[in-house]
Design a protein around this ligand. Sequence first.
Ligand SMILES: Nc1ncnc2c1ncn2[C@@H]1O[C@H](COP(=O)(O)OP(=O)(O)OP(=O)(O)O)[C@@H](O)[C@H]1O
Ligand SMILES: [Mg+2]
Length: 504
Amino acid sequence: MRHWQSGDTLQEGKYTIEKILGSGGFGITYKATKHLRNGNKKFVAIKTLNPNMQIRQDFFKHQEDFLQEAWKLKAFSHPHIVKVNDIFLEEELRYLEMEYIEGDNLGEYLKNYCCQYQRKILEEEALTYIKQIGEALIYLHQRGILHRDVKPQNIMLRKNTKEAVLIDFGTAREFIQNETRTHTNFKTEGYAPIEQYEIKRKRGGYTDVHALAATLYFMLTMKMIIPADYRRDQGIPLKPPKTYNPEISDHTNDAIMKGMELYPENRPQTMAEWLELLLLKETNSILIPRNIPISSANPTPKIKPKSQRNKPTNPIPKKLTLTYSTNFTRRKFLEWGAWAGGAFITTFFIGNVLKNKFSDSSNIITPSIPEFSSETFNFETVEVNDRGEIINRENKSAQYIRENLGNGVTMDLVYIPSGRFLMGSPEYEKGRWEAEGPQHWVEIKSFLMGKYPVTQAQWVAVMGYNPSRHKGTNNPVENVSWDNCVEFCKKVSEIFQKRVSTTI
Ligand SMILES: Nc1ncnc2c1ncn2[C@@H]1O[C@H](COP(=O)(O)OP(=O)(O)OP(=O)(O)O)[C@@H](O)[C@H]1O
Ligand SMILES: [Mg+2]
């Protein structure tokens, strides 16, 4: 296994490794000094398969794919595609020598910009980069190559210019528009379209259209995007980027939505069509795209999750009113919520018990819980923007059961279906702690959670003692340790499991 450190040399001293630029699922990229024959030297970027790939049994197959694409890339020449200078072999490992691009990748740039100026980049600047990368992708598609991993981290910005360059062709593959082939299901969640979640599926220019439209979505909103399979399985419609950034023009907003349509047949079929749609304003009005309705004019029907289909909708609950001062930011809102929740012991999990009872442990389809004669209750959720202002309210419902803990004491347990949530806070958020990053999607199995803080009566019924200082049957329990709480959850799980196994 080869892993280079600063100062190591390759090709008998031709290259000296300076540092690692990045390491991903497949590759590892180094910055290196190349010593030229005339005595001059220059920086280059060197990429090879990473140490994890090097020890895999299918290493040679991956290296072969890597090499195939590298040869093609070497023959390409486009101002917005990284230039591959050379491919070399050293101890059975292939390396790609590329031009070294001085500057940040777009992901780093957006983060720095946001941290420094506390605002998002302007639409005009974003469109400049998108147009350049869009043209690079048209060039690739015309030569039968799909990139398949377009995202801000794979776009370099040349320092002190407004020039974007597409990099990272580790997952790029040949394609024939609309032909079904077996593809590896490597993907970056949020940017990857639904067809990349299936190994055998048609691919086409529209696959990279989704990822580039998602890149633009992120650039203008700085919001992590819900993964496509989650949008499909849970029937969650994509929120227009304008929801998060009112400064986005309607035109750009609509083109992003069209490019990010869930199903490929609803997207512009080629990158050229999408760019035409996006940049229509800038170009000539004669360029009106053919048969591409803009989403606001022709909205796609909202898909309902499987569990909600053919079900009557729940009555709208009484609205909750929240008052807050204007400097009540998103962070304060969250901290306030965490304080309100954390002050008492509110949550506990009965995950293991549910494993066998619900059929959803392997995927994220939301099941119902008819087995436990559950009740339904309605509530409202709110979404806040960076300033803590409510930008969206939604009426929802959840199922719960009333568990008898003994001595007439009950506890309401809400069923939390399996699914995904975005954990952590965005890197640019003021006042965040390092431990809150990196923001990422987390998949959880279904579990039950106490609807209210645990009362002293409930604690006594389960544990047989009351540790609280401020006594009161219906007061929240306090003066308990983490281990006590774990024990409590375990016991409630046992009560629940016992009842379920005797009543089913
Ligand atoms: N030619 C280059 N010049 C300067 N920096 C580069 C160059 N190529 C890559 N980088 C930097 O290194 C990072 C990682 O490189 P790259 O995206 O090619 O691979 P990766 O994402 O780590 O791996 P994988 O191929 O497994 O996805 C990039 O995000 C970029 O910041
Ligand atoms: Mg990359």
